[in-house]
Design a protein around this ligand. Structure first.
Ligand code: SAM
Length: 222
């Protein structure tokens, strides 16, 4: 059996009772980064064995996890933050587990894009999640069709590319209102609301730190 367990995106208290109980009761935790996972596991006194499973894990590690489940053992997949499989490793393991006929059980919890949408203030009845946009070539081409949509758009951006992205957005969609959600659930949580140009001005100057989600409101949204 494979459990897919969502863990906090910052504030360690954002974890469900069920997630803690599952992590305590499974035979193995497959974690994106074992050291990172250790902080959470220590806080909740979870002593289950942990093995790494990340984006660069090879076929051998995947097979190891599958053999483990074939023996009737249960595995819980966690990522460094939020929901595994959402812009995070896990897809190949989840897919293989389904193909092999194992029961796959989601244990829901935080995801950064949903947390940003919750308090961002843009309409959330329909939205488009883009994950991470391309880091280098083809960004403008990638962006353009999405910015033509009438729906709210949400995506992840790294601190190194924030200003570049805001600059491109200011050119492509100068009138649309956006929300830059930074360090969600953490001490320096911030929601900056305005146009891309205003956001660019707001974030320019100081060193850009933290984790970011960008929400783009639909055309005409205040
Ligand atoms: N699986 C995660 C989820 O469910 O949201 C996403 C993992 S992805 C590798 C990491 C990106 O998510 C960060 O670069 C950032 O854009 C966003 N993110 C994660 N935690 C965040 C937070 N506390 N505040 C703002 N953005 C966050």
């Amino acid at each position: 059996m494979l459990y897919i367990v969502a863990t906090p995106i910052g504030n360690l208290e954002d974890i469900t009772f069920r997630a803690v109980n599952v992590l305590k009761s499974v035979d193995l935790i497959a974690a994106e980064d074992t050291r990172h996972a250790g902080i959470l596991l220590k806080k909740y006194e979870i002593t289950t064995p942990v093995k790494s499973f990340h984006a660069h894990s090879d076929e051998r590690r995947l097979n190891e996890m599958i053999s483990y489940m074939r023996e009737g053992k249960s595995v819980a997949l966690i990522s460094d933050a939020g929901t595994p499989g959402i812009s995070d490793p896990g897809y190949v393991l989840i897919r293989r587990a389904i193909e092999e006929g194992f029961k796959v059980v989601p244990i829901p919890g935080p995801a950064a894009f949903l947390t940003a949408l919750m308090a961002g203030g843009a309409p959330t009845n329909q939205f488009l999640y883009l994950g991470f946009i391309p880091a280098k070539k083809g960004r403008q081409k990638f962006f353009t069709p999405f910015f033509d949509t009438k729906h709210t758009i949400v995506f992840y951006e790294s601190p190194h590319r924030l200003l570049k992205t805001l600059g491109q957005m200011a050119e492509l969609m100068p009138k649309r209102n956006i929300v830059v959600a930074r360090e969600l659930t953490k001490i320096y949580e911030e929601f900056y609301r305005g146009t891309a140009e205003q956001a660019l001005e707001h974030f320019s100057g100081a060193k850009i730190k933290g984790e970011f989600v960008i929400v783009v409101g639909p055309d005409g949204h205040q």
